[in-house]
Ligand binder design. Structure first.
Ligand SMILES: O=C(O)C(=O)C[C@]1(C(=O)O)C=C[C@@H](O)C=C1
Length: 272
């Protein structure tokens, strides 16, 4: 099986992928989250693993938009603990650093620390890429935000440990494939709902269907349709399996009101 994830070597995506897949796997790394998702769409790989939300920084829109753009499906999700460190060259310390580099969600997870020190931020496509750039620059004013493992691999210094805004920091990753698979264990279902029209209360009328059927929702995200300002489609995840009678009923009711419902996946969560 070929599985794609965000490279280069040393990303959190790599750690999550290697811990999640037990069977023999051909790993393929791509330079951005969008490229990872595109690889599944183009069938260069069978599956990929990408981050979708973080407990401090919130939803990762690159992933949500890529999922929708390429019409991909979720096969599983997993929760991964993330510890972020400030990493620099040997002659750097907290007083020499002026600029920090990392991927946007990692920078958002360390907002308080960055503001306290007044660091300038430069964005990269991954944490591991930021570390590579810091090493290549061999400059004591630049540091990266990344994992301990990647600092050790590159022989760089950990200037400050655990710099995320909250010590309990978790990122949810999803395993994504091209087609809809019938997972053995279905505990949650992700739906994409395109409302029939734009009118006051359209979202609440959709949500009311789930609440009337006693279906707990675990995630919701609205993304622009791209057609007209102020028009949205909704990704909604419920704690109910696709084949559960309540889900079948909810979809039937929503479709009666001419909302379009598309199943993005039905799966279960692994805690790594
Ligand atoms: O850059 C990496 O190391 C990644 O795997 C990406 C990513 C993300 O974008 O959320 C994954 C987990 C952490 O939240 C920080 C970075």
């Amino acid at each position: 099986m070929r599985v794609a994830y965000l490279g280069p070597k040393g990303t959190f995506s790599e750690e999550a992928a290697h811990q999640f897949f037990s069977e023999p796997t051909n790993w393929v790394m791509y330079e951005s989250i969008m490229d990872v998702l595109e690889a599944v769409y183009k069938e260069e790989v069978d599956k990929c693993i990408v981050p979708i939300e973080n407990s401090i920084a919130g939803n990762i829109h690159m992933t949500v938009d890529g999922l929708l753009m390429y019409d991909l499906h979720i096969e599983a999700d997993l929760i991964f603990t993330v510890s972020l460190h400030l990493i620099g060259n040997e002659d750097s310390d907290i007083h020499t650093i002026r600029t920090i580099r990392s991927i946007s969600p990692a920078i958002s997870q360390c907002r308080d620390f960055i503001m306290k020190h007044g660091f300038k931020c430069e964005y990269t496509d991954s944490t591991a890429k930021a570390v590579q750039l810091v090493k290549d620059a061999s400059d004591n004013t630049i540091a990266a935000i990344a994992s301990k493992r990647v600092a050790v691999d590159h022989g760089l210094k950990i200037i400050k440990r655990e710099i995320q805004d909250n010590s309990m920091n978790h990122t949810r990753f999803i395993v994504v494939g091209k087609g809809l698979v019938e997972s053995v264990e279905q505990k949650k279902t992700m739906m994409l709902i395109n409302p029939n029209n734009e009118y006051p209360g359209v979202l609440s009328s959709i949500l009311n269907v789930f609440s009337a059927l006693g279906m707990n929702l675990t995630w919701i995200e609205s993304r622009p349709t791209g057609k007209k300002l102020g028009t949205y489609r909704f990704l909604i995840e419920s704690e109910v399996a696709q084949n559960d009678q309540r889900m079948v009923k909810a979809i039937r009711i929503l479709e009666t009101f001419e909302h379009q419902v598309h199943i993005v996946g039905s799966y279960s969560t692994t805690i790594l």
